[in-house]
Design a protein around this ligand. Structure first.
Ligand SMILES: [Zn+2]
Length: 301
């Protein structure tokens, strides 16, 4: 499966809270193949995405969409009946007479943590987004058929503090980002935690390789010893995260895990300085011993 498909799959496992439910559904419908009185539909390769789209519509409006599977194995989900389409449009605050579709912001509750905007973005990404494998390149994009909807998406993304650019490609409007950090931010905001960790880790590894290539052999030998220690710690953390999540750990341990994953080559002293509150080298060392113990205990279970 492609990295993009993995990310989408992970996103469909996300459980939307009550306020975000409508927001995510709205993102999927508005940025799907069609959202208007003559057609409401989605085409997707992903069974999980198809099911999520259908169940949103069913749960929110009581209307059950029709699903066809094409010869190529793609899913087409649509609403055959005009009265049903109107009911769905009305539910999201549209009349079906709009000349140019815009985002109806009343479908997104304004909360402190932008939860509904993030859910909306997740919905849009599921139906019109893609992301490149971070091993190859950093690139995330949303392909939008309509200019105004593209502009509105750029606006919402900007309001959330994320960075993006826009181009026109093959008569479509593309919102994209090619900066590693903002690709991470997008993925993190949408709630794909595993993919987020994978991008962070890949980027850190690439940085290390570049550094090694730049330094002399002597320095590289010294460096590789501390990197080796760091990589072992990364491996321990990854083992733990297969079984439990960061939220299940004490605050200082989860902070240390995140910092180590982001900085596999940083010395214990420096890691200690990065902690809030800062910790000594020996305190950091004790915590890594503790993590090793946790990993062993989880292994034994
Ligand atoms: Zn919300």
């Amino acid at each position: 499966m492609s990295f993009s498909a993995d990310v989408k799959n992970e996103l469909t496992q996300n459980i939307s809270s009550a306020c975000c439910y409508k927001a995510e559904a709205f993102g999927m419908l508005l940025y799907g193949r069609a959202f208007g009185i003559t057609e409401i539909s989605l085409m997707t390769e992903s069974k999980e995405v198809a099911e999520r789209y259908s169940s949103f519509i069913r749960d929110l409006t009581g209307i059950t969409p029709t699903t066809d599977v094409t010869k190529a194995g793609n899913y087409k989900i649509y609403i055959p009946d005009r009265a049903d389409r109107l009911k769905i449009l009305n539910f999201f605050g549209y009349t079906g007479k709009e000349l140019a579709l815009r985002i109806n912001l009343s479908n997104l509750e304004q909360t402190n943590d932008d939860c509904c905007s993030r859910a909306f973005l997740r919905g849009a990404f599921l139906v019109c987004g893609s992301i490149t494998d971070p091993e190859k390149d950093y690139h995330i994009e949303f392909t939008v058929a309509k200019a105004k909807l593209c502009d509105d998406l750029v606006q919402i993304i900007g309001d959330m503090g994320l960075k993006c650019k826009k181009i026109i490609r093959n008569n479509s409007f593309v919102v994209y980002s090619k900066e590693a950090e903002s690709v991470e931010d997008f993925i993190g905001s949408m709630g794909a935690n595993n993919a987020f960790m994978e991008i962070v880790r890949t980027r850190a590894m690439k940085d290390i390789k570049n550094q090694i290539n730049r330094r002399s052999n002597f320095e590289a030998a010294n460096m590789s010893r501390s990197i080796e220690a760091g990589l072992k710690q990364v491996a321990v953390i990854e083992e733990i995260l297969k079984k439990i999540s960061l939220e299940d750990m004490t605050k200082d341990l989860s902070q240390l895990c995140t910092l180590r994953l982001e900085n596999p080559d940083t010395s214990l002293d420096e890691l200690g300085q990065m902690m809030t509150p800062p910790l000594s080298r020996s305190a950091i060392s004790r915590r890594f011993k503790k993590l090793e113990k946790i990993a062993q205990e989880l292994e034994a279970k």
